[in-house]
Write a protein of this length. Structure first.
Length: 561
């Protein structure tokens, strides 16, 4: 980063203490002489000639570098092709960020500085051994990597460029995907941003061809599928499909990530398959305040992000934007079928695909999805309806968290429930906040009966189920958080399901003595919200994910009589 950029960054940091670039001691720590000597044991020393490129954007599986003398400049190319140094890494500092824990394509470039540079190069396998064998150094590296990714996201560095109308369902779809996968992006809203016109002219595009994602080298993807975007950005890892994993975890919500952390940390070759992004339903929560160990609360996305890194630290592999469409239960190892035609084989399978919110039974509901109807209440969705009236439908904790969060930026929040109140379904701390909030109104015994709008939602009416009285408001956003539909269509015909489609486990599945999470097939387990009779809470899902690994071990390595 040039001096002017550093000063600008520091000036911004004075206003924003959350900026990682201002926390140099943690984001770019310098190891002590003793720590540097320990790190050096895991690699080999080598000199680098001036301006030698040591890694490039798009590389996978790059090495870890500890700088002994000189500098390594981390850089990217601006839109006009100009090379811009983001920051020079100095002696006793180290290179890398979160992609060093996986095989995703890296986001930035690195080269030696203008003078001769000496480094310790550590190969990937040895880097993992370093992190696990030297816990004090591993903690420093882990914290730095997380902060560096946060900094890249905050400043739009190493980013993809998203161009589209801010209220377009497809623009929101792509933006949500990038955001939930922790990928840096710069967004140009064609409805508001004058600079977006330059991109349209550059690529000879009309507004009808948007949204578009621009990648390095001016490669453009016009309204891509999530799988195509993940492949183009290198978010998806490459796998040897001939390999047989000890454990395949389907779903990367809190339950699935917990199973991955405990499975990988206990030596199981573990793969996690997730159709969209880590976090599941919990990943869309603005703040979870009753999760143990976080007294000030934590967002679902932050919790999922930390768990994902934790699992990868122990060697778990994550396949993002890879939906499991079926399972062959008649062969062992079990065969998981993916939406791209690939196959994953595993000796044991943990199903953690969770549940999704139900759609409202009102005419036009699907037409407004992504254009006034949302299933998550994060800062992204809140920004689309700032200063407007909104509706939250649902009486569970997710609905309560959404209402409280949205009340900080919208004009008014109307909470609609069909029941007589919230006490039976929502944590008391949320009930009390809703009751005391000036900008939140609770409407009991109510249901939506009318949606109005052209390209986007503009008005909503709801009916009191007791009196029949209807109320109409100029509402521009509905946050639907009702019920739970299990994501189990892909296992139907293989496993026993209850009447609602949840996976039956334990005694009801005929395996009471084995594990409460065993399904009707030995070696296949179900945890979290997808399991019949489970408690729909983040903490319980995490608990089930950690405990189920014991049963997996017993199945893979049965005790000898």
């Amino acid at each position: 980063m040039a001096n002017a950029d550093i000063e600008s960054s520091r000036a911004e940091a004075d206003l924003d203490p959350t900026d990682p670039w201002a926390r140099e001691a943690q984001t770019f720590p310098r190891l002590s002489e003793e720590m540097a000597e320990r790190v050096a044991r895991y690699g080999s020393e080598e000199p680098l000639a001036p301006h030698t490129v040591v890694f490039q954007r798009g590389d996978r599986g790059r090495d870890f570098f500890l700088i002994l003398e000189g500098t390594i400049e981390v850089f990217e190319f601006d839109d006009d092709g100009t090379l811009r140094v983001l920051r020079p890494q100095l002696a006793h500092e180290f290179t890398g960020e979160l992609d060093l824990f996986n095989d995703r394509a890296i986001l930035v470039n690195g080269r030696a500085g203008a003078t001769v540079t000496r480094v310790v190069r550590i190969k990937r396998a040895d880097f993992r051994r370093l992190v696990q064998s030297e816990p004090d150094i591993g903690e420093i590296i882990m914290r730095a990597f997380i902060l560096r990714r946060v900094g890249l996201i905050k400043h739009g560095q190493g980013a993809a460029v998203l161009i589209g109308a801010g209220h377009s369902a497809d623009t929101l779809r792509l933006q949500q995907f990038l955001n939930r996968n922790g990928y840096p992006m710069r967004v140009f809203d064609t409805e508001k941003d004058a600079d977006a016109g330059g991109f349209l002219e550059c690529f000879s595009l009309s507004a009808a061809e948007l949204p578009m994602v621009v990648l390095p080298g001016h490669r453009a993807l016009r309204n891509p599928t999530l799988a195509a975007l993940a492949d183009a950005l290198g978010i998806t890892e490459d796998f040897d499909h001939e390999s047989v994993f000890d454990l395949a975890v389907v779903g990367a919500g809190p339950a699935g990530l917990a199973a991955a952390v405990y499975g990988a940390s206990e030596g199981l070759q573990t793969i996690v398959l997730e159709s969209v992004a880590p976090g599941g339903q919990a990943g869309t929560s603005s703040k979870i305040e009753n999760y143990l160990g976080f007294p000030t609360g934590i967002s679902g996305q932050a919790l999922a992000g930390r768990a994902q890194v934790q699992a990868q630290k122990f060697g778990a592999r994550l396949a993002i934007s890879r939906e499991v469409t079926g399972i062959d239960c008649d062969v062992t190892p079990y065969m998981l079928k993916l939406d791209d035609g690939a196959r994953i084989r595993a000796r044991a399978v943990v199903i953690a695909t969770g549940a999704r919110y139900r759609k409202l039974d009102v005419e036009g509901f699907e037409r407004f999805e992504g254009q006034g109807v949302y299933y998550a209440a994060t800062a992204m969705e809140a920004g689309l309806c700032r200063g407007a009236e909104v509706i939250v439908v649902g009486g569970g904790n997710s609905a309560g968290q959404a209402a409280v969060f949205l009340a900080g930026s919208v004009r008014h929040v109307h909470v609609l429930v069909r029941s007589a109140g919230l006490a039976a379904t929502m944590s008391d701390y949320l009930v009390q906040r809703i009751a005391s909030a000036r900008h939140i109104s609770l409407h009991t015994h109510s249901e939506i009966c009318l949606l109005e709008g052209d390209s986007a939602l503009s008005a909503v009416a709801w009916r009191d189920r007791r009196s029949g009285e209807e109320t109409k408001k100029p509402v521009t956003a509905i946050f639907a958080m009702i019920g739970a539909v299990p994501n189990t269509t892909w296992v139907d015909g293989c496993l026993d399901l209850d009447a609602q489609g949840f996976v039956i486990t334990g005694a009801k599945a005929g395996h009471a003595a084995d594990s409460p999470y065993t399904t009707s097939r030995p070696g296949v387990y179900a945890i979290g919200d997808v399991r019949s009779g489970s408690v729909k809470r983040v903490a319980s899902g995490v608990g089930e994910g950690s405990v189920v690994v014991q049963a997996v071990h017993r199945f893979l390595h049965p005790p000898v009589d």
